[in-house]
Design a protein around this ligand. Structure first.
Ligand code: FAD
Length: 85
């Protein structure tokens, strides 16, 4: 994929948090009827899931610290591994 000259949204880090952010952002743009393709770029100094996300054990705690954390964990867990923006 060619490196874009412009992006409206640049997310640094292609771990679970960066990719989840890109995924949810794309969903919201699409839901608002806005163009998605080419607007969101995820940059990583190494590669996709090169950090902790690539070695995590995929354990989901049944006792999250807060409702917000529970929602974030649930959202990330259902995002899947394939990101198309
Ligand atoms: C061994 C291990 C097991 C784990 N098991 C579990 C588990 O069972 N359940 C659980 O919920 N959590 C687990 N975790 C924790 C979980 O993996 C992390 O909390 C989560 O993956 C962090 O995601 P992240 O996107 O914030 O960071 P990361 O996955 O680390 O992603 C950060 C990305 O940013 C990139 N980056 C960093 N600096 C720059 C820069 N300057 N420019 C560009 N890119 C950059 C890195 O290359 C990397 O790809 C585990 C962690 C480890 C290490």
């Amino acid at each position: 994929m060619a490196f874009p000259d412009h992006a409206d949204f640049v997310i640094i880090g292609a771990g679970i948090h960066g990719l989840s952010t890109a995924w949810r952002l794309a969903e919201r743009l699409a839901a608002a009827g806005e163009q998605v393709e080419g607007r969101v770029v995820v940059l990583d100094k190494t590669g996709i899931a090169a950090g902790a996300s690539g070695v995590a054990c995929a354990r989901k705690s049944s006792t999250p610290a807060s409702a917000a954390m529970a929602a974030a964990v649930s959202s990330s867990a259902t995002s899947g591994a394939t990101i198309q923006v």
